[in-house]
Design a protein. Structure first.
Length: 257
């Protein structure tokens, strides 16, 4: 039996290929300091604003701090949420299961901790009602808080969850639901649809006088989410055209030798 003299060619893989692949795969998940700085700023702004508000109600101070009490930190949080959603999922539009995977990931990140602190508040309000300001609880309101549904508080009728700062999460979670649904479309169509829904709901709020949850989901904060998406689009358009750092940029592009 004769053996063939032709040998099977050996494929040589450059040593740099695995590193390049790993770099390309991890590039979409890179973070730079700009976003982290904005997160810190937003968190400190919210903390300071609520502290001033509580002290004002307790007559500890009469400082009004109007800049902080206008929800600047909340605006930054919502705009960043929309921007990061567009950036992190920019290549996953139209992929099977992309929306479900994205929504599960976001809810897994938010829900357990939020439910933990909500439960702690409920327990304290039930066991030590005299130690909690405005600790009146209603079953429907508590249930709505866990489900991120804005319902009126029993003591003042405002559309706030049992944890007052959680109203920002009500907007962000339902934005995630909308964005996840739009991931079923191609990128241009999905982003257009998501933006159109946000602007359309806000437009309905201008035309009609809604009450309850409907007024919450037609409020001006929907424009903040749309603005965050617009900032990502501007970033994409300018990323390859300018050499200076772009605000809110998530990508740390290495200089070519």
């Amino acid at each position: 039996m004769a053996l063939s003299s032709r040998s099977t060619p050996t494929r040589v893989v450059p040593a740099a290929a695995p590193a390049a692949a790993a770099s390309a795969d991890g590039g979409a998940r890179q973070r730079i300091e700009a976003i982290d700085h904005l997160r810190v700023y937003a968190a400190l702004t919210v903390l300071f604003g609520h502290s001033v508000h509580v002290m004002s109600e307790s007559h500890v101070t009469h400082a009004s701090a109007p800049f902080y009490r206008q929800g600047v930190g909340a605006v930054v949080f919502m705009a960043m949420a929309a921007f990061v959603a567009c950036y992190s999922q920019r290549d996953r539009f139209g992929l099977p299961g992309a929306g479900r995977q994205y929504l599960v990931k976001q809810l897994t990140r938010i829900v357990p901790l939020y439910w933990l602190f909500s439960t702690l508040f409920v327990l304290v309000a039930l066991w030590l009602p005299d130690r909690v300001d405005h600790g009146e609880l209603g079953f429907g309101h508590v249930l709505g808080s866990y489900l991120f549904v804005p319902l009126p508080r029993p003591f003042d009728g405002r559309l706030r969850p049992i944890l007052n700062p959680g109203w920002v999460l009500n907007y962000i979670v339902w934005f995630y639901v909308l964005f996840a649904a739009c991931l079923a479309c191609r990128r241009r169509a999905g982003l257009t649809l998501c933006t159109a829904v946000l602007l359309g709901l806000y437009g309905l709020g201008l035309v009609f006088s809604f009450a309850g949850a409907a007024s919450f989901f037609t409020d001006r904060y929907l424009l903040v989410l749309a603005l965050g998406m617009a900032c990502w689009r501007i970033h994409e358009l300018l990323r390859d055209r300018v050499s200076i750092p772009i605000p809110l940029s998530l990508s740390a592009r290495k200089r070519r030798p």
